[in-house]
Design a protein around this ligand. Structure first.
Ligand SMILES: [Fe+2]
Ligand SMILES: [Fe+2]
Length: 195
């Protein structure tokens, strides 16, 4: 199939745009988290933003490689999630967007790409979907901890670690101020299953 007439070309442009939006929004959320004193949460969002921009690059490169010099404006006609970046709501909203990318959007794009004969592009959609599933799990976990005020406490004794100086301590609650570097609680690393 002629790539320039394919739905895969449009889907790549849609996916690229979605990844850029996710990347931008995660940077906004990271800034908000820093402002709110959640420095380690901010670090996690910065990493997510970096991941999304890497995905954007993969899709962009497929476009460049396959269009054979025929790249012009691509009409993508698609809807994208726009939500605020307050931590209260944005972590949950972000998790929802990741779930929809991993379970619906990218698997559907992969199928179209495979049907149209673009196996390599289909593989990329599937691989990105797997990462978005990890993002979904991580964000769901952070959201649950945040909503239940359990970011820095645990039912059992666990090991807490300062993301600034590396100080570690085992207890049910994380310190308010790190006894080694004096950085605030927001620098304590979260105990996530999917890290
Ligand atoms: Fe992504
Ligand atoms: Fe993601």
């Amino acid at each position: 199939m002629d790539f320039n007439k394919s739905t895969t070309k449009t889907n790549l442009a849609r996916a690229f745009t979605g990844e850029c939006l996710d990347g931008a929004r995660y940077q906004f959320i990271a800034k908000q988290a820093t402002k709110d004193g959640f420095s380690y949460v901010a670090d996690l969002f910065k990493t997510l933003a970096k991941n999304e921009m890497a995905h954007a690059r993969v899709f962009y490169d497929h476009l460049i490689k396959n269009c054979k010099g025929e790249l012009s404006n691509i009409d993508i006609c698609a809807g994208y999630p726009f939500h605020d970046y307050e931590l209260e709501t944005s972590i949950k909203e972000s998790a929802g967007a990741e779930l929809s990318e991993s379970k619906n959007i990218y698997p559907a794009f992969a199928k179209v790409a495979r049907d149209e004969g673009f196996a390599e592009i289909a593989d990329s959609f599937e691989l990105v979907a797997m990462v978005e599933e990890c993002h979904f799990k991580q964000l769901s976990e952070i959201d649950e901890m945040y909503q239940n005020d359990m970011l820095y406490q645990s039912k059992e004794e666990i090991k807490w670690k300062c993301s600034n100086c590396g100080h570690e301590h085992t207890s049910k609650n994380a310190w308010k101020t790190c006894p080694l570097c004096s950085y605030p609680q927001g620098y304590v690393m979260l105990n996530l299953q999917d890290n």
